[in-house]
Design a protein around this ligand. Structure first.
Ligand code: ARG
Length: 246
């Protein structure tokens, strides 16, 4: 720019730049986390996060490319550039925020408990589970695992690669409780009546947000403005109702 006596680059930040250059928005998620991301019978990915990710790509004018990734490796996958964004119901917390940037939260959830029906009435909150005679199952690398270690440390903890394996432990009587994000538990309980009892009161506060690599304010700015727009114009509500109301 001649006026400033310096050259001003017209290039966006590295992430947005790559999205424009490749014509693709590559989105990391971990399927199996209801109702945010699931693999349908025909092999395609469906859910709340998937619909919002597709909307994002549409507004960017690029193709939506799903990148289904094991939860445990999802941040490294982002940081090595295999995807541009994590849109996977990821809880915004300090520990993760040291490694990635988060857009404003798009929903707030918390951990709840699915109980073995035999414990109904005996266990009324997570505090009652804090005893070495109880076994709790959850998914590896999640805030559920962190919450159990922090708040229910006396119980025996069994972690599993997938949420479906972990929750099965309670349904078949091998664990006393399964702890995970409330929306997942609510759906699982409604599909498995008699096998589990849902204690619906969340005992943690968990804003979920889209994660991007650090140092790209342009991408973050796009995401926050995109979120405000879809929340204001009814798009968010329409997609929310599709997946959260039955
Ligand atoms: N909100 C929890 C966390 O951040 C669980 C998210 C699991 N997401 C998934 N796509 N499997 O740890």
């Amino acid at each position: 720019c001649a006026l400033l006596g310096t050259s001003v680059s017209a290039t966006a930040g590295p992430v947005l730049d790559d999205i424009v250059k490749t014509g693709e928005l590559r989105v990391c998620f971990d399927a199996g986390y209801m109702p945010f991301e699931m693999k349908s019978k025909n092999g395609s990915f469906v859910g709340f996060d998937i619909d919002i990710g597709k909307m994002m790509a549409r507004q960017m004018g690029v193709k939506y490319v799903p990148v289904n990734t094991a939860w445990d490796g999802i941040i490294p996958t982002l940081l090595t550039g295999k995807c541009h964004i994590i849109n996977a119901g990821m809880t915004i917390n300090a520990q993760r925020n040291m490694r990635v940037n988060f857009a404003e939260p798009y929903i707030i959830v918390g951990q709840t408990i699915l109980l073995n029906p035999e414990l109904e009435g005996k266990i009324k909150s997570y505090k009652d589970l804090n005893d070495s005679k109880y076994t709790i199952a959850t998914k590896l690398g999640t805030t559920g695992e962190q919450a159990i270690k922090r708040m229910i440390s006396k119980a025996k903890l069994n972690v599993f690669e997938t949420q479906s394996d972990a929750v099965l432990e309670v349904a078949n009587g091998k664990a006393d409780a399964f702890i995970y994000d409330m929306p997942f538990n609510a759906i699982y309980a409604s599909q498995n009546t008699g096998k589990v009892v849902h204690l619906e009161q969340p005992f943690t506060y968990e804003p979920l947000g889209w994660a991007v690599a650090q140092g790209d304010m342009d991408m973050l700015n796009f995401l926050n403005n995109f979120l405000r727009q879809i929340k204001g114009d009814g798009t968010y509500e329409r997609i929310y109702d599709k997946w959260f109301k039955d």
